[in-house]
Design a protein around this ligand. Sequence first.
Ligand code: ZN
Length: 223
Amino acid sequence: MTSSQWKPEDHIPKKITDLLKKENSDPNNYNCITAFYHTVSLLKEQKRTGWLDMKVPDPESIGDHMYRMSLIAMSLNKDRFQKDGKSPDLARCTEIALVHDIAESLVGDIVPNDPQVGKPEKHEREYSTVKYLASIIEPYNPAFAKELVDLWLDYEYQRTFEGTIVKDIDKYELMLQTFEYERLHNVHLDEFYSCQVVIKNPEMKKLAERLMQERTTFWASKK
Ligand code: ZN
């Protein structure tokens, strides 16, 4: 299926679209915003594809992943992230982290090596979904509808300092989760650490290195 065929409105559950059809009888637009809340609930149910492929038992959801990323963004020390003499806006990072995978509610979690869906197609589907979600929110809260798209674009195009930090947090959070599954299930999941080389920010690199030391110590203790 190409992007010309894939439409977010075809992937939203009927029980949610039924609410949107009642828009005319809802002058306060509560149905619209409730439909948005029901849609993001799908992020709690959707398990991350990488873990399903590896048959990790009861793996985390996309919502779980974004939740911890948001806490990481909130808790970092901004003074350790300097660029051109400025610290990042970590509140903005937290907001970006909270929405960066929101399109997966309808698109699903497409992994980078998916043979069916290439990178441009993945981008098209996700961007169209974010714009669609914004159109659902807009009657209730036009300012947030615009903000949602802006936050997502910050991440997708790495167009701000904050967007680049969240990209690094995305990889770091995956490494944390990988180690936790290794420890929990006593399995090696080496390939998931390949994302470490993508981390750019020096402070995030140090955190990732620290985690890898913890992992080395763990596996050494098992010998
Ligand atoms: Zn993510």
